[in-house]
Design a protein around this ligand. Structure first.
Ligand code: SAM
Ligand code: SF4
Length: 618
């Protein structure tokens, strides 16, 4: 094959790919497709063409001739990553033989990311950006200079989706106005893409690309398909393996000294109200080694705080190095080794199959915390069932693992917990809180609550208020129940609580939680805390803010401070510095303090405090 033929075939392949792509998403107008070989369209079959006014048989013959010499359609189908049988694309072939790299190249086109939802979405944006940057895309500082606008979306509640539809409308206006000057592409990424798939294209004709949470590697191809063909491109295939373990996320905010690292994807828990298992697929864990490598790289870049992420982060289980004995993992093959006894929270049962064998979350946390003793480690979002004692002791023992645990309760009523399929009772949850506080007395606890779940009575609601009152959280996230299609509750339960009642209960949960949070924060007044500086306060440019170990925001006046405890020389304070602070006042969400001196995590942990540093709520 000579060079010219090679180029010809690769261009032909590109067009067959576009056809397959769009055939797959049923978006192709089969009356035509364009080819840059002729810079005009030709007919696949005898159709009434809306675009063609004259028959150019010579050109067609010429094209057919060239086509005959190239690979056949069957060849492309056999090698294509798409399937004709399925609406969505089946699998991804990152590099197609015959295709030049430049086909997927961004050629400096500017991408603007707009991210909604949880921290995992922010990390997914960094993964998607890493993949696109690698293919020659550039970052747009604002939406106005963007050639491509990608929305990382959330489906967890109806109002989250509504917010995103409103934003899409704004971008549509931008696209319409810009159409004469440049071609702007709009893409929907993440959970909404996965939940609604092609329905997004039916609802919003201006959307050019739909890409689910496991298909980000395919973004360069999806973008080039939609740019070349003018048709929408879709990949919403969920994967059992994809963890993006080898993709080093590129941080959107490169000035920040904190970073997220995804360690698991998906969720197997199937809580009856939750869409996550349907939008993010089955649970899978990244290998320990890839996570530790990423954390080491972040430490080398000067990152001072890493948050390990997963929908169910503490059910982490890396089986990539599992040794098998007679068909069973080593751990299962050992007599008397009941996984429930080793991996669940004390006294917890689960209605789900427990992972056995593999490297568990406590092992990972142990490894990650040893990478850099001066780097804080947090993790979110855990499930209450996965807190074995060994994990709690590790958190207590390591100064750089923050003594903060997010412990989503969802409700304080055992009946509701059962309806939600959470797999534990109110009593088991309270026992866990007691157990955690016994092992880590100064722990900061936070939680999620849903009000107005199917069948929730006033008594159930009062149980929630009393649980919040008993536990005394450092922060509470509260949500009004939103029925989601596909979930167990959608199929089997009734969304019976009227909106007005949901709103009233939400307010009551909020009032109760705030009262507890105020008490917790006020108990810290007079104490010394170590905070990691994150930026300048929004309220006053003469103040800066950081977070303490428990994750609460602390505001202090800016200005140079002693470079260590008792040291007369002063040093300016920058983002990423650890500062010892004396807490002077508090409201329910924020602490205000007097800055004392610079420190490091290691120094601070090794020196005895002059004043109390902790608040025990037990
Ligand atoms: N995996 C975590 C757990 O099980 O606790 C929670 C992750 S979920 C993405 C975040 C929170 O959204 C949940 O804890 C729950 O409070 C809330 N949530 C999930 N589905 C919801 C729904 N249908 N309506 C209202 N809130 C919901
Ligand atoms: Fe949703 Fe439950 Fe999984 Fe959390 S554990 S992501 S609430 S299904």
């Amino acid at each position: 094959m000579n060079v010219n033929n090679n180029m010809l075939y690769s261009k032909q392949l590109k067009h067959w790919k576009i056809i397959l792509q769009n055939w797959n998403s049923r978006k192709l107008d089969f009356g035509r497709f364009f080819t840059p070989l002729h810079d005009r369209h030709f007919h696949l079959s005898r159709v009434n063409c809306r675009f063609c006014h004259t028959e150019d048989s010579n050109r067609r013959r010429d094209f057919s001739d060239k086509l005959d010499k190239g690979p056949s359609l069957q060849h492309f189908i056999a090698n294509s990553s798409e399937s004709f049988d399925n609406y969505v694309h089946e699998g991804i072939e990152e590099k197609v033989p015959y295709l030049e790299d430049e086909v997927y190249s961004g050629n400096g086109r500017k991408v603007f990311f707009d991210t909604y939802g949880c921290q995992m979405n922010f990390n997914d944006t960094e993964i998607a950006w890493s993949i696109l940057k690698d293919k020659g895309y550039a970052q747009a500082e604002s939406v106005n200079e963007a050639d491509v606008v990608l929305l990382m979306t959330c489906s967890i509640r109806e109002n989250a989706e509504q917010k995103i539809w409103n934003v899409v409308k704004q971008y549509k206006g931008l696209k319409r106005r810009a159409s004469k000057k440049k071609q702007i592409k709009i893409g929907i990424l993440g959970c909404m893409a996965e939940r609604l798939k092609h329905k997004i294209l039916d609802k919003e004709k201006m959307v050019d690309l739909v890409c689910g949470p496991d298909a980000y590697r395919d973004l360069p191809r999806l973008l080039s398909v939609t740019s070349e063909s003018g048709q929408a491109s879709v990949n919403v295939l969920l994967s059992l393996e994809e963890t993006y373990a080898d993709v080093m996320p590129v941080r959107i905010n490169s000035n920040s000294k904190t970073a997220f690292v995804s360690i698991t994807r998906g969720c197997n828990n199937m809580c009856s109200y939750c869409i996550v298992p349907f939008t993010r697929g089955r649970e899978r864990s990244r290998p320990v080694s890839s996570i530790v490598d990423e954390v080491r790289k972040l430490s080398d870049q000067g990152i001072k705080e890493v948050t390990l992420l997963g929908q169910n982060v503490n059910s982490y289980c890396d089986r990539s190095e599992e040794v098998h004995y007679g068909g069973l993992p080593k751990s299962e093959a050992q007599e008397g080794d009941k996984p429930e006894n080793r991996v669940l929270s004390r006294g917890f049962k689960t209605i789900y199959k427990v992972h056995s064998g593999g490297q568990r979350f406590s092992h990972l946390l142990d490894q990650v915390s040893m990478v850099d003793p001066d780097m804080r480690i947090r993790f979110i979002s855990p499930h209450p069932k996965d807190f074995p004692d060994e994990l709690l002791y590790l958190i207590k023992e390591r100064p750089n693992i923050c003594n903060k645990i997010h412990l989503p309760a969802q409700t304080g009523s055992t009946a509701m917990l059962q309806a939600m399929r959470r797999g534990h009772t109110r009593e088991a949850y309270l026992d866990l809180v007691h157990n955690i506080r016994e092992i880590i007395p100064d722990v900061a606890l936070t939680s999620d609550f849903i009000v107005g779940f199917c069948g929730e009575t006033e008594k159930d609601h009062k149980d929630t208020l009393s649980l919040i009152d008993i536990v005394k959280y450092h922060f509470v996230y509260q949500f009004s129940y939103s029925m989601r299609q596909k979930t167990h509750a959608y199929h089997h339960l009734k969304d019976s609580v009227p909106e007005m009642i949901k709103l009233r209960r939400l307010q009551e949960v909020n009032d109760c939680a705030r009262q507890g949070m105020l008490g917790v924060n006020q108990s810290l007044i007079g104490q010394e805390q170590l905070i990691l500086i994150e930026g300048v306060s929004k309220r006053s440019s003469s103040d800066i803010w950081g977070r303490n170990d428990g994750g609460t925001k602390v505001i202090i006046p800016s200005g140079p401070l002693p470079s260590s405890d008792g040291e007369p020389s002063l040093r300016d304070v920058s983002v990423g510095d650890y500062i010892a602070v004396k807490i002077l006042s508090a409201n329910s969400q924020t602490l205000f303090g007097e800055p004392l001196f610079h420190s490091s995590l290691v120094d601070y942990a090794s020196k005895p405090a002059k004043v109390s540093r902790t608040a025990s709520l037990s």
